[in-house]
Design a protein around this ligand. Structure first.
Ligand SMILES: Nc1ncnc2c1ncn2[C@@H]1O[C@H](COP(=O)(O)OP(=O)(O)OP(=O)(O)O)[C@@H](O)[C@H]1O
Length: 279
């Protein structure tokens, strides 16, 4: 159990695609204000869990409660309005628009009337639109993209596009941020900077973060708790020190080609390397 009060409680979640049990009775408990990592080898079902929380997928059974409210049965836009925002493994930005426009669109979805129509209307509404623009620029600055607000997303390197997606998710004023492999394509220095940023954003915005990530250095450094999945099933949950000593977790990673994706330094932290085993 987590020490913080529960914000997201997933119980016995299951979903199949054809004969494949992609998620097979998973429990995840995310404490309010925690950074909680969901890890596991490729194909373990991590993104599918996030897709069930976002309501992109319909679960076959189980329960997902957010702040006490059952999410299963809600439409995806209702989930967003409750304060759940996400980023995607494959970016879901408008590549032909600027960073600022992408963030404003995220913001627009968070507001009941929408700010884009407001730009065309009364002076008071225009003032509101200017406030929103300033807010969006502040978020862009906060994720480290200050100089790129007017840049077209498609022209930015992949790592900076991921930051733009993070700013857009923040524009929804979420309580819970779901991040799918935010450090993918980043080197260790960039990933470290991202880790610092995530902790800063969590503290400043009062966020809870559910993070899918293969970069174990990042996971071990920023997570309060970790849930490990393997082949759709729950494998372990605990603090980073508990997880890196967990024998079943070590076996799951080292028994899978995915172990090769774990940096040598982290493989050592998660158990003996293949080389050591053969020595
Ligand atoms: N829409 C879908 N239709 C069919 N199969 C799917 C679908 N979505 C996921 N799957 C399958 O479900 C399993 C779990 O996939 P998922 O993407 O959740 O894994 P993951 O743990 O996020 O993997 P990775 O770390 O590689 O992103 C995989 O075998 C995948 O091929």
């Amino acid at each position: 159990m987590t020490a913080a009060p529960e914000l997201l409680t997933i119980r016995d979640l299951a979903i199949s695609f054809g004969g494949l049990k992609a998620v097979d009775g998973i429990d995840v408990t995310v404490g309010q204000g925690d950074v909680h990592a969901l890890i596991g080898p490729n194909g373990a079902g991590k993104t599918t869990v996030l897709n069930c929380v976002s309501r992109f997928y319909d679960a076959a059974r189980g329960s997902i409660r957010f702040g006490g409210q059952e999410l299963l049965g809600l439409k995806p836009h209702r989930v967003a309005r409750l304060g759940i925002a996400r980023t995607f493994q494959n970016l879901e930005l408008f590549p032909e628009l600027s960073v600022l426009d992408n963030v404003l669109i995220g913001r627009d979805r968070a507001m009941s009337a929408g700010i884009l129509p407001a730009m065309l209307r009364l002076p008071s509404e225009r003032r509101e639109a200017i406030r929103e623009r300033d807010h969006a620029l502040g978020l862009i600055d906060e994720v480290g993209l200050g100089g790129d607000a007017d840049a077209i997303v498609a022209d930015l390197p992949y790592g900076r596009q991921k930051l733009a997606e993070l700013a857009r998710a923040l524009a929804l004023d979420p309580r819970l941020l779901l991040l799918d492999e935010p450090a993918a394509g980043m080197n260790q220095t960039e990933a470290r900077t991202l880790g610092d940023l995530l902790l800063r954003l969590r503290d400043r915005h009062g966020l809870t973060i559910l993070l899918i990530e293969h970069n174990m250095s990042l996971v071990m450094r920023v997570s309060d708790r970790i849930t490990v999945m393997e082949q759709g099933r729950f494998l372990a949950a605990g603090t980073p020190p508990e997880i890196e000593r967990h024998e079943a977790v070590i076996a799951a990673y080292l028994g899978n080609r995915d172990a090769d994706a774990i940096p040598r330094r982290d493989r050592r932290r998660l158990g003996p390397t293949k080389e050591m085993a053969h020595a």
